[in-house]
Ligand binder design. Structure first.
Ligand SMILES: [Zn+2]
Ligand SMILES: [Zn+2]
Length: 612
C-alpha cells in the first residue's frame, strides 16, 4: 500500500516536472501579460552598467548570506569578510613591520586579495565559481516589489523623474559584471523575446549603459536577427571599445606599481582622496621599506589580474580592441586558457564589427542615439591615463564611436577643420562650443549628445541625461541633435544631488517663523535652484551658484547646518614632499639607517684615529 502511494507521488512529481519544463520551453504562459501590443509605447529594456545589478553572496545551499543587520551582502566588486582578512594578514604585517622584511607579508596580501575577490572568480571555461546569485526581474519595473524597485533606484534613480513613460513597459536586465559574457549576451537576447511576449509588442527600445554596451554589441554580433526586434537604441556612455584602464592593466601598464609615482602623484590624482588624506597615506606608506611595499603591491595586483580578471570574459569585453591582441598573447596563450581565448576572440570580432553592426541596425530603420562625456582624464590606474580625452572611466573614442577630441585641458588648433567623417551636411557645426570635441568624426555624428566635464561614475546624477533618455524612450519627436533646443548636441555635466537635498530642506521650512527679508531670500533662492534644474543648458557654474545661495539662507534660518569646507593641512603636503625630495621612496627604517649610518661611520672613524 505504502509503495503504491509512493509510486503515485513520484508519478505526480514527474508529471509536475514535465509541465514545469515545458512551461520554460514554450513560455506561452507569459503572453500579453501587461499589454496586447496596441498601445503607443514601445517596451524598453535597460542594460545597466558595471556593478549596477544586485549580485549577492549565497552559501553552499543557495541561501543568502546576511550581514549583522539581516541584509543580503553584495558580491560586487568583492566579498570582504573583515575578521577573516585580519586573521590572515595581522601576524605577517606585525612581523614584517618589526623586522622590516618580508615575513609572509606578500603571501598574506596576495591571499587577502584572493579571499575578497575570489567570490567573482571563474573556471577555465569562464564560468563563475563563486557562490553568488543575481537578482533577476522577469517582469516590468511596475511589477517589481518595493525592495526590488529600491535596489534599481539606488543604481538609476527612476523614482526622481516623473515621466509619462508607462512603468509596465520598462524592464531592467540585470547581470553579473564578472559573468560569462557569451552566456549573458544570449540571455539578453532571450530576455528581449520574453519582453516582446509579455507586452505583445514586436519591437522594443534598448538602452545599453556603459558595460551594458558590450552586451548589446555582443548580442548584435551573435544574434543579428535581434535587429528586427528593435525600435530604437539609446546608448548611454557605452564601453563599445572597452576602457583603456582595462587595456593598460591587461598589458601590465599599471601606475601604482611605479614606485616614484606611488609616493608622489598617484594618490593625489586618483580623484578619490582629498589632498590631506593622500599625503597622509604617502607618509604612512614609509612604515615599510619601499622594496617590500612594492613586492606586496605587485603580488596583490598579480592575484587580482591573473586569478580573477583574466578568467572573466566580461572583463575581457572591456579591453579595447587595440589592446586586445597583445593582452591575449600575454595571458591567454597557454593551452589551458584555450577555452577562454576562444570566447574572448569571439567578442573581439563583435568589437571590430561594432560600426558595421550599428550601421546594419540603422539600415533596418532603427534610430540609434548615443550619450558621451568628455573633459576628464581617466582614473590614473593605467599608465596612459592622461593621454586621451575621457570621462574618468572610459575614453571618449569608445563611448562616442570615434569622435575626435583635443587632450584634456587643451582645445583643437585654431586652424582645425571639422573632419565630417560621418556627417555630410555642410551646414552642420559639430565642433563643441569649448572647441574640444569634433563630433563629426563619431559614427553617430547627428545623434550623439555630449556632456562636458561629466564624470562617468556620476552619470546617474545628471538629470539632463536621464530626462533625455526618458524622452527618447517615450517619444519619437527628437530624431537628432537639431530636433529640440532643449537638447542640443553639447551640454554641461552636472550633479543634482545637492540641489535636491537643499530643495527638500527648503520645502520643510516653517516660513511663518521667518522675517519678511528671510522669506523673500528663501523664495528667490528656491526659484533660482528650480530654474537651474529646469535649464538643460545651464552654464557649468550655475549649479555652484544656486547651491551656495540656497544653502546660505537655509543655514541662516537654521534649517540646515553649515557645510564646513575641509581645509588643506599644508604641513602634510610639505612633509610628504620633503620626504620624497630628501629620501626618495625610502621607508623610515631605511631613512634612519641612511641618516645615522654616516654619523656612526664618522664616530667610528674618529674613535679609530684617536686610538692610533
Ligand atoms: Zn503597450
Ligand atoms: Zn551633421
Amino acid at each position: 500500500m505504502k509503495k503504491t502511494i509512493k509510486t503515485a507521488i513520484s508519478l505526480v512529481l514527474c508529471v509536475a516536472m514535465l509541465f514545469s519544463v515545458s512551461a520554460i520551453g514554450f513560455s506561452a504562459a507569459d503572453e500579453n501579460l501587461y499589454c496586447d501590443g496596441s498601445c503607443e509605447y514601445c517596451p524598453t529594456v535597460i542594460i545597466p552598467g558595471l556593478g549596477q545589478s544586485g549580485v549577492f553572496v549565497v552559501d553552499d545551499n543557495g541561501e543568502f548570506v546576511l550581514n549583522k543587520d539581516g541584509e543580503r551582502i553584495s558580491a560586487f566588486p568583492a566579498y570582504i569578510q573583515l575578521p577573516k582578512l585580519i586573521g590572515r594578514v595581522a601576524l605577517p604585517v606585525i612581523l614584517s613591520l618589526l623586522t622590516q622584511s618580508d615575513i609572509g607579508l606578500t603571501n598574506a596580501l596576495s591571499d587577502a586579495i584572493g579571499m575578497a575577490f575570489g567570490i567573482n572568480s571563474s573556471d577555465l571555461k569562464a564560468q563563475n565559481t563563486g557562490n553568488v546569485v543575481t537578482e533577476k526581474y522577469h517582469k516590468p519595473y511596475s511589477e517589481c516589489t518595493e525592495a526590488e524597485q529600491k535596489l534599481i533606484n539606488s543604481h538609476i534613480p527612476f523614482h526622481l523623474y516623473d515621466t509619462d513613460l508607462p512603468k509596465d513597459h520598462l524592464y531592467y536586465f540585470t547581470y553579473n559584471s564578472f559573468g560569462n559574457h557569451i552566456d549573458l549576451a544570449n540571455e539578453l537576447y532571450e530576455y528581449i523575446q520574453m519582453v516582446k511576449r509579455q507586452t505583445g509588442h514586436d519591437k522594443i527600445n534598448l538602452v545599453p549603459i556603459s558595460q551594458g554596451g558590450t552586451l548589446a554589441s555582443a548580442m548584435f554580433e551573435y544574434h543579428p536577427e535581434v535587429m528586427d526586434d528593435l525600435h530604437k537604441v539609446i546608448f548611454i556612455v557605452p564601453a563599445l571599445d572597452g576602457s583603456t584602464i582595462i587595456g593598460d592593466v591587461f598589458n601590465g601598464r599599471i601606475n601604482f606599481l611605479d614606485k616614484e609615482y606611488l609616493y608622489n602623484g598617484f594618490l593625489e590624482n586618483l580623484g578619490l582622496l582629498d589632498e590631506n588624506t593622500a599625503r597622509l597615506v604617502e607618509i604612512l606608506l614609509r612604515i615599510l621599506p619601499d622594496e617590500l611595499l612594492m613586492k606586496g603591491l605587485n603580488a596583490a595586483a598579480s592575484t587580482l589580474v591573473e586569478d580573477i580578471m583574466i578568467r572573466s570574459t566580461s572583463m575581457w569585453a572591456l579591453c579595447p580592441s587595440g589592446d586586445y591582441p597583445t593582452a591575449a598573447e600575454k595571458y591567454l596563450s597557454d593551452p589551458e586558457m584555450a577555452d577562454i581565448k576562444a570566447q574572448t576572440d569571439k567578442y573581439y570580432q563583435a568589437q571590430l564589427h561594432r560600426f558595421d553592426n550599428i550601421k546594419a541596425i540603422q539600415d533596418k530603420g532603427v534610430d540609434v542615439f548615443c550619450v558621451a562625456q568628455y573633459d576628464h582624464p581617466l582614473i590614473n590606474v593605467g599608465e596612459t591615463w592622461d593621454t586621451q580625452n575621457a570621462d574618468y572611466i572610459i575614453q571618449l573614442d569608445s563611448t562616442s564611436l570615434g569622435a575626435y577630441a583635443a587632450k584634456v585641458g587643451e582645445t583643437l588648433p585654431e586652424d582645425y577643420v571639422q573632419k565630417n567623417t560621418y556627417c555630410q551636411n555642410p551646414d552642420h557645426n559639430h565642433i563643441s562650443p569649448d572647441r574640444v570635441v569634433d563630433a563629426s568624426a563619431g559614427l553617430l555624428a547627428d545623434t550623439t549628445f555630449y556632456f562636458d566635464g561629466q564624470r562617468h561614475d556620476l552619470t546617474q546624477h545628471n538629470d539632463v541625461i536621464l530626462k533625455l533618455a526618458f524622452h527618447l524612450i517615450a517619444h519619437d519627436d527628437i530624431t537628432d541633435v537639431y530636433s529640440s533646443p532643449e537638447f542640443p548636441q553639447f551640454m554641461n555635466g552636472r550633479d543634482v544631488r545637492n540641489l535636491h537635498t537643499f530643495l527638500a530642506a527648503a520645502e520643510a521650512v516653517d516660513v511663518s517663523a521667518l522675517t519678511a527679508e528671510q522669506k523673500a531670500e528663501l523664495e528667490a533662492a528656491v526659484k533660482q535652484a528650480e530654474d537651474t534644474l529646469d535649464n538643460n543648458t545651464a552654464p557649468a557654474d550655475a549649479f555652484g551658484k544656486a547651491e551656495e545661495r540656497l544653502s546660505d539662507i537655509l543655514v541662516e534660518i537654521g534649517a540646515m547646518e553649515e557645510i564646513k569646507e575641509k581645509k588643506d593641512v599644508p604641513a602634510l603636503e610639505a612633509i610628504s614632499l620633503w620626504l620624497f625630495g630628501k629620501f626618495g621612496t625610502d621607508g623610515y627604517s631605511e631613512i634612519i639607517i641612511s641618516v645615522l649610518g654616516p654619523v656612526f661611520k664618522a664616530l667610528f672613524n674618529a674613535i679609530g684615529s684617536a686610538l692610533k
